[in-house]
Ligand binder design. Structure first.
Ligand code: AMP
Length: 600
């Protein structure tokens, strides 16, 4: 198709609305039927009445997610269905999960792990990870998931900033990535290893997770946590500086529950599959907490993406609500809709996507391949839960992130030259996406970086760092990031973390990292380096730098391309101009270069 035709076709797609059914036709009445009425009638106080609370007046995520169901008529209902790599199924009922997480909470208590102490997990998607997360919350400690594809450097940074007291990991991951870091992590008192074989010696200063669990009691009374007590720590990245630990509290469970009901239309009878890894916020908020709080069955697949396996899971386990990501959708599109159509999926009734822009073509491809569109929604680590969504019962605008959830105020804002914040009421104007502060899953700080936290707020508005516009019907459209962070396969990558690692190579004098568009991953990481005197640019050196980055950072974060340049563009104050490197890379106008060094 010629360029112009293609862009016209795209415009046409984006101006379309997908209106699904009349409300009388729903086989299961959607939790949100009338958007305006739902917003008008919503209150967080009412949302609390849908949950339990603790007997002594507190609130605890694990109680809402597990124990309240285990104590009632959902005790025998499957909470977690785990598929191991070979596809073998293990089911855990709410009753099972309650007892197992009690055991882990007792393990922590017996180890002397206190309320507020941080328990990190570095695991593949295996049942022990879920038991660790929920048992930690029962003990009143803070759960922090780490992505198992991280290399030693991102792990060291996060364990150290987060002052991990406990790490639960597999023996293989420990030996490969953590053992050598141990002497630099003095706060890390307990390392609990999940072992494939119980024989053989444990590495020094570690304990056997399963053995501790086997010996622990099944009786536990949940710590009476306050709604404002810390519960979850999720690391995210900014343009500069170290990774940021966004801290969330137990009250977040109100937003997990409300968004699961309203944005994902989850009902207790649903089989829900969130494909995200719990190493990232989506995989915890929606891959652990939200489906359990609803009382649904959640699918956990240990294996990585494979289209045939995924379609078989949807079919064989009768998945009814599916939450995935644009990179996965694009990979399925590449394989083609014919494969998808070979699988009959009568149970599937709702599909949603998050993490990166979902192109309108992908929304429509859902209709072609599954007979259902993908519903895009938007949120981020700091918001803790879905903030903006295309809803099941509402018209979808392909290419738009949707409209704010009940209980959430979103706006497009701009800061004037004098620093005053202007809310832009006119439609279709670009500005920064902002949210009115105060929703329950809002992060409460960046760990030990209160100043950085405060800078995210302007009066009553939280500034998200995303650029967006709102159309006249209140739908929000993603425009881009206001900063230099990179989104690759849905994972947020801070350029500074990558640059610091590139600088560790003895030949590298300066380094800058940008995201360049990629048809599958959205963006891939590209590094630019200049060399110290005495080093010669060439393919071999390029490969060597790339190999170092992969080893230190892991494949999810390391650059896929390295380019050696004589010098990197800097401002007169010495800051490397990533923006300029990006413009040059993409053949875009270079913009204002008046501050460029050498442009006096
Ligand atoms: P993270 O904190 O890793 O979840 O990343 C959050 C960022 O991902 C947001 O600030 C956006 O830049 C991007 N993002 C998330 N959802 C969407 C979406 N539906 N459309 C476009 N960008 C998104």
């Amino acid at each position: 198709m010629a360029m112009r035709e293609k862009s016209n076709a795209r415009k046409l797609l984006m101006s379309r609305q997908i209106i699904r059914k009349n409300s009388e036709d729903w086989e299961l009445i959607p939790n949100l039927l009338d958007y305006d009425a739902a917003r008008d009638h919503f209150s967080w106080e009412h949302e609390m009445t849908l949950l339990d609370g603790l007997p002594a007046g507190g609130l605890n995520i694990a109680h809402e997610a597990v124990d309240r169901h285990a104590a009632g008529d959902r005790r025998e209902h499957t909470a977690l269905r785990w598929l191991d790599k070979s596809g073998e199924v293990t089911d855990f009922t709410y009753g099972d999960l309650s007892l197992l997480t009690n055991r882990f909470a007792n393990v922590l208590r017996e180890l002397g792990v206190q309320k507020g102490d941080r328990v990190f997990a570095l695991c593949e998607r295996i049942p022990s990870l879920y038991i660790t997360a929920l048992g930690t919350l029962k003990n009143g400690s803070v759960f922090c998931p780490l992505f198992s594809a991280f290399g030693p450097e991102p792990l060291r940074a996060r364990l150290s900033i987060g002052e991990a007291t406990v790490l639960v990991t597999s023996e293989a991951l420990y030996r490969r990535k953590v053992a050598a870091l141990r002497e630099n992590l003095p706060q890390l008192r307990h390392v609990l290893l999940i072992r494939e074989q119980a024989e053989g010696n444990l590495p020094a200063d570690t304990q056997d997770f399963q053995q501790l669990l086997n010996h622990a009691s099944e009786e536990f009374s949940i710590e009476n946590t306050d709604p404002e007590d810390p519960a979850l720590l999720h690391f995210t990245s900014g343009t500069t500086g170290k990774p940021k630990g966004a801290l969330h509290v137990h009250e977040a469970v109100l937003a997990h529950h409300a968004s699961a009901r309203l944005a994902l239309d989850l009902h207790p009878q649903d089989v829900f599959w969130c494909t995200a890894d719990p190493g990232w916020v989506t995989g915890t908020s929606y891959g652990i907490i939200a489906p359990l709080v609803i009382g649904a069955t959640m699918i956990v697949d240990q294996q990585e993406f494979d289209p045939e396996r995924w379609y078989s899971i949807l079919r064989d386990h009768k998945v009814s609500v599916w939450y995935t990501a644009p990179t996965a959708v694009r990979m399925m599109m590449k394989v083609g809709s014919e494969l998808a159509k070979q699988y009959e999926l009568p149970s599937l009734r709702f599909m949603a996507s998050v993490g990166e822009p979902l192109n309108p073509e992908a929304v429509m491809w859902g209709e072609e391949a599954f007979g259902l569109p993908f519903h895009d929604n938007w949120w981020q680590t700091e918001t803790g839960g879905i903030m903006i969504a295309n809803f099941l019962s509402q018209p979808i605008r392909p290419g738009s992130m949707g409209r704010p959830l009940p209980g959430i105020e979103a706006a497009v804002v701009r800061l004037d030259k004098d620093g005053t914040l202007q809310v832009i009421d006119d439609p279709d104007q670009e500005g920064e996406l902002a949210l009115k502060r105060g929703w329950p899953s809002m992060f409460r700080t960046y760990l030990y970086e209160e100043e950085r936290y405060q800078k995210c707020f302007h009066g009553e508005w939280y500034l998200t760092g995303d650029l967006a516009r709102r159309d006249e019907d209140g739908y929000f459209w993603f425009v881009g990031r206001a900063d230099d962070v990179i989104k690759s396969s849905g994972h947020l990558i801070g350029p500074f973390e990558v640059e610091s690692t590139l600088m560790e190579h003895p030949a590298v004098a300066e380094a800058a990292v940008i995201g360049v568009p990629d048809p599958m991953a959205g963006e891939i990481v590209k590094g630019f380096v200049s060399l110290k005197p005495g080093f010669e640019a060439g393919e071999a050196l390029q490969q060597e730098i790339m190999a170092l980055a992969r080893k230190r950072l892991g494949p999810a974060v390391a650059p896929r391309q390295i380019q050696i340049e004589p010098t990197l563009p800097r401002t007169r104050s010495g800051k490397i101009m990533r923006r300029l490197l990006k413009a040059r890379e993409l053949g875009l106008p270079e913009g204002d270069t008046s501050t460029l060094e050498g442009n006096e």
